[in-house]
Design a protein around this ligand. Structure first.
Ligand SMILES: Nc1ncnc2c1ncn2[C@@H]1O[C@H](COP(=O)(O)OP(=O)(O)OP(=O)(O)O)[C@@H](O)[C@H]1O
Ligand SMILES: [Mg+2]
Length: 370
C-alpha cells in the first residue's frame, strides 16, 4: 500500500500543506526544527490514528489554532482509501471514505517507523524489547494480544493481593491467582518461543543482507523462569508454579510479582557478542533496522501488502553499503519516507523512482537539488 497524497492543516508548524508523494521513495531535507519529523508524525497519524510522539493530541494542533486535520489518499492492491483525521482540543474524529470510524481495523493501514530513539531497542532496558515483542511483532500471531491482555490483568490483581497480604491479609487466596497467572503466563511464553522460531532465521537472513554476510545476528530469549527452551506449555507452567513458591516471601515483601514473562528479556548478539555491550552505534542502528524490516516482511506475509516505511534521520546515517543493501530489500516494494539534515544523494534505479522535497519553516517544496 502507499500514500499518494497528503494534505495537512494547522498541524504543529504547518499551516497548510499538500504533498503528492512518490510511490517508492521520498526524501525530505531540511535544517533542524523545520518540520521534518512533524511531517512523519502526520503520516503516522493518518495510518494509525495515533501520534508516536505524544498521547496528548492537542499538542499537535498548531499554537493559536482551534483544530487541525490530515487528509490522506492511500492506495492498496485492491482499493483507494481516503482517510481524514481531525483533531480538536480533547477530541479526535477519524473518517475512512467519509464514514466515521472508532478505530482502524487491526494492522491497517500499515506503517513501520524507525526513529533515532528506537536505538533503545538494543541499548535500553528490557521493557523496550518486551514492547517490541508485545506490540510490534506479537500481534501477528493469533491469540497473542488476547493472552497478553489476560496475563496483565491477572498480574495486576495478583500484585494488589500481594500488597494486601503484606498488610496482614491471610494468604490462602494467593494459590488461585498463582494458577491463573501461570496458565496465561505459560501460554504467553510458549507463544514467544514460537515467535522466536520465526524471528530468528528471519533477522539472521536480513542482517546478513545488510552487512554483506559479515555479521551473524542472533537473538536469545532470556527468561526469568528456569526453563530450557524449547519447552512445552506444561513444562513452563510447572516451572512457573515452582518458581513462584521459591520467591513468595520476597514477593510479599515487595508487593510485586518478580518472575514471569513480564520480566523476561532478549539479547541480540553479533558474531556471538552481546550488541548491547559491544555493538558500535552503526551496528546497533543496523540491528534495529533489521528488526523493522522483519516487521515489514511479516506484515507482507500476513496481510499481503507491504506497509509504508518511515525513517526519521536514519537512512543517510547508514554507510553506503548498508544503504544499498536496504534498498535492495525494500526498494521498489515498500513506499519509503526518509528525512535528513544533510546528505540526500540517492539515485533512482530501474525498479524505483525518487522524489525529493525541501522542508523549511513549515513549508515543503519539491526539488531536484542534490
Ligand atoms: N503545536 C505546535 N504548533 C506550532 N509549532 C510547533 C508545535 N509543535 C511543535 N512545533 C514546532 O515545530 C518545529 C519543527 O519540529 P520538527 O520536530 O518537525 O523538526 P525537524 O525538522 O524534524 O528537526 P530536527 O532536524 O531537529 O529533528 C519545532 O521547532 C517546534 O517548535
Ligand atoms: Mg526531526
Amino acid at each position: 500500500m502507499y500514500l499518494k497524497r497528503l494534505e495537512i492543516a494547522n498541524l504543529r508548524n504547518y499551516s497548510s500543506q499538500v504533498i503528492e508523494s512518490d510511490i517508492f521513495f521520498n526524501v525530505f531535507s531540511g535544517a533542524n526544527a523545520q518540520g521534518k519529523t512533524n511531517l512523519l508524525e502526520a503520516i503516522f497519524l493518518s495510518c494509525t490514528g495515533k501520534s508516536f510522539r505524544t498521547s496528548r493530541e492537542s499538542e499537535i494542533i498548531s499554537w493559536q489554532k482551534e483544530f487541525s486535520y490530515i487528509n490522506s489518499l492511500i492506495e492498496t492492491n485492491t482499493r483507494q482509501v481516503e482517510v481524514r483525521v481531525e483533531l480538536l482540543p480533547g477530541k479526535k474524529r477519524i473518517e475512512v471514505n467519509g464514514v466515521l470510524t472508532r478505530g482502524y481495523p487491526q494492522g491497517w493501514p500499515g506503517v513501520v517507523l524507525f526513529k533515532p530513539e528506537d536505538l533503545v531497542l538494543v541499548k535500553g532496558s528490557p521493557l523496550e524489547r518486551r514492547r517490541f515483542l508485545d506490540l510490534e511483532f506479537g500481534p501477528f500471531f493469533p491469540q497473542y494480544g488476547h493472552i497478553l491482555g489476560q496475563y496483565n490483568k491477572v498480574l495486576l490483581q495478583r500484585n494488589n493481593l500481594l500488597r494486601e497480604i503484606k498488610d496482614n491479609k491471610e494468604k490462602s487466596s494467593l494459590q488461585v491467582w498463582n494458577e491463573q497467572l501461570c496458565q496465561y503466563g505459560a501460554r504467553l511464553l510458549s507463544l514467544r518461543i514460537e515467535i522466536f522460531k520465526v524471528l530468528s532465521p528471519l533477522i539472521r537472513d536480513i542482517h546478513h543482507d545488510l552487512t554483506d554476510a559479515r555479521e551473524d545476528l542472533d537473538i536469545r530469549y532470556l527468561s526469568t523462569l528456569k526453563i530450557n527452551i524449547p519447552a512445552s506449555v506444561d513444562d513452563i507452567y510447572n516451572q512457573f508454579i515452582k518458581g513462584l513458591q521459591e520467591v513468595e516471601e520476597e514477593e510479599i515483601k515487595r508487593s510485586q510479582t518478580l518472575i514471569g514473562p513480564h520480566r523476561d528479556d532478549f539479547s541480540l548478539y553479533i558474531n556471538n557478542r552481546d550488541a548491547r555491550i559491544y555493538g558500535s552505534q552503526g551496528q546497533q542502528r543496523t540491528i534495529v533496522l533489521t528488526l523493522k524490516i522483519s516487521q515489514i516482511l511479516q506484515w507482507y506475509k500476513e496481510i499481503g501488502e507491504y506497509p509504508i516505511l518511515l525513517l526519521d534521520d536514519v537512512f543517510f546515517e547508514l554507510d553506503e553499503n548498508r544503504r544499498r543493501a536496504l534498498l535492495k530489500r525494500v526498494g521498489g516494494l515498500v513506499q519509503t519516507f526518509v528525512t535528513t539534515t544533510g546528505e540526500n544523494k540517492i539515485t533512482p534505479r530501474d525498479n524505483f523512482t525518487v522524489k525529493k522535497f525541501l522542508v523549511r519553516a513549515g513549508r515543503i517544496v519539491e526539488t531536484e537539488e542534490e
